[in-house]
Design a protein around this ligand. Structure first.
Ligand code: NAP
Length: 288
């Protein structure tokens, strides 16, 4: 496992484990416990995933069983749009997440979307950062122009921007812009959530087979090798093991180019430029 040093000196594992779409608390606790047992040290959750309690329980159990210490873990959570109304709602959302996780701090907190009053919400994160409730602050789904405006304005620079990135949506320009501001790019959906036949893709399979690796491992390796942090999700232990077994091989420059050439130039998971979607997200409530 390699680590990225964030712009405040904090170390973040280059690969983590995502827990989106595991709403069942019993299953989520088991999955996160297994992920830690498998070797994952970064867990990526969010208030809107409705599983922070289960993540917290799994972490507690893993620590009690001597698998890991809290200091060895890197826990990320996110503030949902509903709580990005103002500085106080964002700050209180962080306190609520900490309560649900049953933790004194999280390693990274992200604004989940560039929606509502995200500048005010960002100040809520800055306040929590100064108080030590969060070790680093960042954003998710901030596109180049929005991230640039944020970075040119705020007091504490975002450490991470989590956006969709995989071989079918490479986002090279967005990465270039993040580098300019020393923001670590982190890929959500690094396996394209299984779209485009990624697990049986002939080119990814052929490249992987040269190293005894799968198409999924090739896709994940490609992202970390270009300096992008990844947080693949799987409820299956054998896939968790496979997805983290990417640190003993390297792709050649030509193989990197072959993977990058699969880019479609747009997402087929979500269209943030669609006003209807923005309305849905702006009105999605996760609490009363
Ligand atoms: P993903 O990791 O790209 O793909 C997950 C899917 O791939 C699941 O259906 C999983 O199935 C399957 N899978 C995983 N490894 C596999 C393998 N080796 N072989 C075959 N199938 C495999 O998608 P994601 O969960 O959307 O993204 C990862 C994480 O990013 C999320 O969990 C979440 O933490 C974060 N995320 C953030 C945002 C945001 O807006 N910030 C948005 C989406 C996601 P099984 O589970 O059945 O094994």
């Amino acid at each position: 496992m390699e680590y990225f040093t964030l712009n405040n000196g904090t170390k973040m594992p280059a690969e983590g484990f995502g827990v989106f779409q595991i709403p069942d608390p019993v299953q989520c606790e088991e999955v996160v416990y297994n992920a830690i047992k498998t070797g994952y040290r970064l867990i990526d959750t969010a208030a809107s995933y409705m599983n922070e309690e289960a993540v917290g329980k799994a972490v507690k159990r893993a620590i009690a069983d001597g698998l890991v210490t809290r200091e060895e873990l890197f826990i990320t959570t996110k503030i949902w749009v509903q709580d990005q109304e103002n500085e106080e709602t964002a700050y209180q959302a962080i306190r609520t997440s900490l309560k649900k996780l049953d933790m004194e701090y999280v390693d990274l907190i992200l604004l989940h979307q560039a929606m509502k009053d995200y500048f005010a919400a960002y100040r809520g994160m800055e306040k929590a950062y100064r108080e030590g409730l969060v070790k680093a602050i960042g954003v998710a789904n901030f596109f180049p122009e929005v991230l640039t405006n944020l970075c040119e304005t705020v007091e504490i620079m975002p450490a991470v921007n989590q956006i969709e990135m995989h071989p079918f949506f490479t986002q090279e320009k967005a990465i270039e812009n993040m580098r300019r501001y020393n923001v670590v790019p982190q890929a959500w959906g690094p396996l394209d959530e299984g779209r485009h036949g990624i697990f049986t893709d002939p080119e990814l399979t052929a490249i992987g087979s040269r190293y005894g690796k799968s198409a999924a491992q090739t896709a994940l390796r490609w992202n970390v090798q270009r300096g992008v942090s990844i947080i693949p999700k799987s409820t299956h232990v054998e896939r968790m093991e496979q997805n983290i077994d990417i640190w003993d091989f390297s792709l050649t420059d030509e193989e990197m180019k072959t993977v990058s050439a699969k880019d479609l130039g747009h997402s087929e998971i979500i269209n943030h430029y669609d006003p209807d979607l923005v309305r849905v997200l702006d009105n999605m409530k996760i609490h009363g």
